[in-house]
Ligand binder design. Sequence first.
Ligand SMILES: [Zn+2]
Ligand SMILES: [Zn+2]
Length: 86
Amino acid sequence: MVSYRDIPPPPKKRFRLESSKLEPDYAIPMILHCPDCGARHIDEGEFAEVAHHTHACQHCGLVWRPAKVNTHGVRFLPGYRNEEVA
Ligand SMILES: [Zn+2]
Ligand SMILES: [Zn+2]
């Protein structure tokens, strides 16, 4: 029988975010969907101008925060496109 006390704990892995991504003006491009009604959330027009972390669903009005940092609802991730326009 193996004594688990002899097994060293696995090394702690920590996520390291690039510090620039935590700056107030930085917004991470994301494909965002409303967690309630599932509507696609795309930040366009005036919403595209200002970095924000809380998003309001244009369909049902739910306000949610997908991440601790600023996020930006995009149609396609920059440089990554494998989804056809519906
Ligand atoms: Zn938004
Ligand atoms: Zn919604």
